[in-house]
Write a protein that binds this ligand. Structure first.
Ligand code: DAH
Length: 349
């Protein structure tokens, strides 16, 4: 019997010292002290012992029992201390995850990284950032840009309107979610005197069917450049400077006539297709070019509305979708991934 007791003692001391978690210790404790556990079973055998033997075995049994209890509780404290120090312990999965999450470093969203890059690029040319609200009046977003009510161009820029009853501001104009950063133009022109070199970056909204290339909520980047003698040549230069810096030295810009009511002449700006480098492929529809921006010479009516004499000054305005450019630059196929919050996707950047 003594032998048996000592063997149990040794086996369990080994088990306890090699256990790694509080859960392991709980299991050991039950094996030892639970109903039908080792202790229970041993004590049931005592009735068969002679009186003398029982004395010796009984006291040894009590000693071993106490020793094992103590060893378990010491080990328990040791594991707890380890966990709190942030060392690993599988049972404390939640704490473990918290510690892991603390270790993981976040980073800026790929579109934000990309936008920071654009802002730096135009900063170098002396452009400074201007702000404009995401909720704006119909006047600033459309009318002052030469797009009166009922103008067919409004169809291209359908948006979300703010319910009048929830409109606490005192304006007679309808409030809407801006459809483009061009709503900054009138503010920039009114609040500054030429020469003006400004840029606006931010969130815009449209009433869109969402698919791999369209979102109802998206980013735009806009520049406004007004001075004496500003011309389409400046537009060509700035566009190519932009494309080459962002997409690669071999990318060219070409201006194509396009109608926007707030510029005259208006242009669509294409970049050499980044995939086929101009030879024609599925992505560019075999044209060799991808349309990336809208721009033009600021319409005299818009300059006038901003208090600038169109006979003395001329200006260019230019707008681009950073998300579309980021998709081309990083080879992202579905626009919706950008706002998905999917870490598997975001951690690639
Ligand atoms: N605001 C236009 C759009 O969202 C893009 C644009 C076109 C901006 C011409 C401009 C411009 O500044 O001159 O489609």
């Amino acid at each position: 019997m003594e032998e048996k007791l000592k063997k149990i003692q040794q086996d369990y001391i080994n088990k306890i010292s090699s256990s790694k978690s509080l859960k392991d210790l709980d299991i050991i404790f039950i094996e030892l002290f639970g109903k039908n556990g080792e202790v229970d079973q041993l004590s049931r055998q005592f009735k068969d012992l002679a009186k003398e033997d029982l004395k010796i075995v009984g006291s040894l049994f009590n000693l071993i029992k106490q020793e094992l209890e103590k060893t378990i509780s010491t080990k328990r404290e040791e594991i707890k201390a380890r966990v709190y120090k942030g060392l690993e312990d599988e049972t404390f999965t939640f704490q473990h995850q918290v510690l892991e999450a603390k270790k993981r470093k976040g980073h800026l969203h790929p579109v934000t990284q990309f936008e920071n890059e654009i802002v730096k690029l135009f900063n170098k040319l002396g452009f400074v950032q201007a702000d404009a609200p995401q909720i704006d009046t119909d006047f600033n977003n459309f009318e002052v840009l030469n797009i009166p009510a009922e103008h067919p161009a409004r169809d291209m820029w359908d948006t979300f309107y703010i319910d009048k009853s929830s409109n606490t501001q005192t304006t007679n104009h309808k409030l809407l979610l801006r459809t483009h950063t061009s709503n900054s133009q009138i503010r920039i022109l009114k609040n500054n005197k030429p020469p003006i070199r400004m840029m606006t970056l931010g969130r815009c909204f449209r009433y869109e069917n969402v698919d791999a290339r369209h979102e109802h909520t998206f980013e735009q980047f806009e520049i406004v450049y007004v001075d004496k003698g500003v011309s389409m040549a400046n537009l060509q230069f700035l566009s190519e400077y932009f494309f080459k810096s962002i997409l690669g030295k071999d990318i060219k810009a070409r201006l194509r006539p396009k109608y926007y009511p707030f510029v005259e002449p208006g242009v669509g700006i294409d970049a050499t297709c980044v995939f086929c480098k101009g030879s024609g492929c599925k992505i560019c529809g075999n044209i060799g070019w991808l349309e990336l921006a809208g721009a033009g010479m600021i319409h005299p009516k818009v300059l006038e509305a901003g208090g600038i004499n169109p006979k003395e000054y001329s200006g260019i305005a230019w707008g681009v979708g950073p998300e579309r450019m980021a998709m081309l630059k990083y080879g992202i196929e579905d626009l919706r991934l950008l706002k998905s919050g999917d870490l598997n996707f975001l951690e690639k950047f």
